[in-house]
Design a binder for this molecule. Structure first.
Ligand SMILES: [Zn+2]
Ligand SMILES: [Zn+2]
Length: 360
């Protein structure tokens, strides 16, 4: 048992900073001294509305709020369970924050992101930070198979980006973005920015990112995204796409915003045979113009979470360290989580990825 400082979420708008006891790791777990934990959109919804937070015992973890939030984190192994052989104390790792049974048909087929037992009957999410204790504490126990070894000189702040970059990388790979493709990204939040970077790294030709916020477009520009555009109507989007792609349209359009106009615009931007890939979790069910899609021979894909991709993403970030580093706009202390983290992301569009520093 170790006593640590932690953020604890009790329910909507109720995060407290407390001392918590973290038990020794189970035989198949490792204990991590958390270095950095990133804040994401789902943490904001968890804080504001209690979204995805377990309010009754979760079917796999048997845990419920109050819980330690945080699912994007990196750290150093400080204790190992008895059955763990591949990791050692002192190893640096990025944590894959999934909760999965490992036994159902989906898990056994490798799609553990669709585990049949990971979502509670109260819609609690199958992620650390929602249905089990997460990374916003000095220590966290995780399944050893979900602790991914980082290169010894890999900066731990970049380790906290592996989770959100995996969301983007899974979507880009599922869409088979190929060298020479033209790509549109709707929405320049962190996932949109990461999607643009992975598309560029994958050899895309024109990468266009569309957002209403000038601040976010400035950041996209700093990251080297070729065409940051602010299209405030379907007409202006169509005009920009046809100018940039010389009337052809894009091969792949990603919806990283998740509102009706961004999906409609994505379909409209496609060339014949193109694909729309939805990454965003829509709050309201959108209308899909199937006729417009059909006339182009287009496809509509979705990408949810990730599976079996962390080790590849670690290598991608390792190759482009300075590029990914620029997405981190602020580092804060644990007790600033709400004021300088969650509320800052809500108000200040200049912020992309804010990391909470636990140990560094
Ligand atoms: Zn996240
Ligand atoms: Zn399962």
């Amino acid at each position: 048992m170790t006593m640590v400082k932690a953020a604890v979420i009790y329910g909507p708008k109720d995060i407290r900073f407390e001392k918590r006891n973290i038990p020794d790791p189970a035989p198949d777990e490792v204990q991590i001294e958390v270095a950095f934990n990133g804040i994401c959109g789902s943490d904001i919804h968890e804080y504001l509305e209690g979204m995805d937070l377990a309010t009754m015992p979760h079917p796999l973890t048997h845990m419920q709020a109050p819980l330690i939030p945080g699912h994007e984190f990196s750290g150093t192994i400080s204790k190992i369970g008895k059955q763990v052989s591949k990791l050692r104390i002192g190893d640096k790792v990025a944590v894959e924050p999934m909760i999965a049974c490992g036994k159902c048909p989906e898990c056994l087929s490798g799609h553990y992101n669709w585990c049949e037992h990971a979502i509670g009957s109260d819609q609690s999410a199958g992620f650390l930070g929602f249905s089990a204790n997460g990374g916003l504490a000095e220590k966290c126990n995780v399944k050893s198979t979900f602790a991914h070894l980082l290169p010894t000189d890999f900066p731990l702040d970049l380790g906290a980006l592996v989770e959100p970059v995996s969301v983007a990388a899974q979507a880009v790979m599922a869409s088979r973005v190929s060298p020479g493709d033209d790509v549109l990204i709707q929405g320049a939040g962190p996932i949109g920015l990461f999607t643009a970077l992975i598309a560029q790294i994958s050899g895309a030709h024109h990468v266009i990112i569309n957002d209403m916020s000038e601040e976010r477009l400035d950041l996209a520009n700093e990251l080297g995204v070729q065409y940051p555009i602010r299209a405030d109507s379907q007409k202006s989007l169509a005009h920009a796409i046809s100018t940039i792609t010389e009337n052809q349209g894009v091969d792949v359009a990603f919806d990283c915003a998740g509102v009706q106009p961004t999906l409609t615009g994505a379909i409209q931007a496609l060339k014949n045979g193109g694909k729309v890939t939805v990454i965003a979790l829509f709050q309201h069910p959108p209308v899909v113009d199937v006729r417009a899609l059909l006339k182009k021979g287009g496809s509509l894909l979705t990408s949810y979470g990730y599976a079996n991709i962390f080790d590849r993403v670690i290598k991608i970030i390792d190759t482009y360290r300075s590029l990914f580093k620029r997405v981190i706009t602020k580092k804060i202390e644990l007790n600033e989580l709400v004021s300088e983290g969650i509320e800052s992301l809500e108000k200040d569009k200049k912020q992309a990825k804010i990391l909470v520093r636990l140990h560094s």
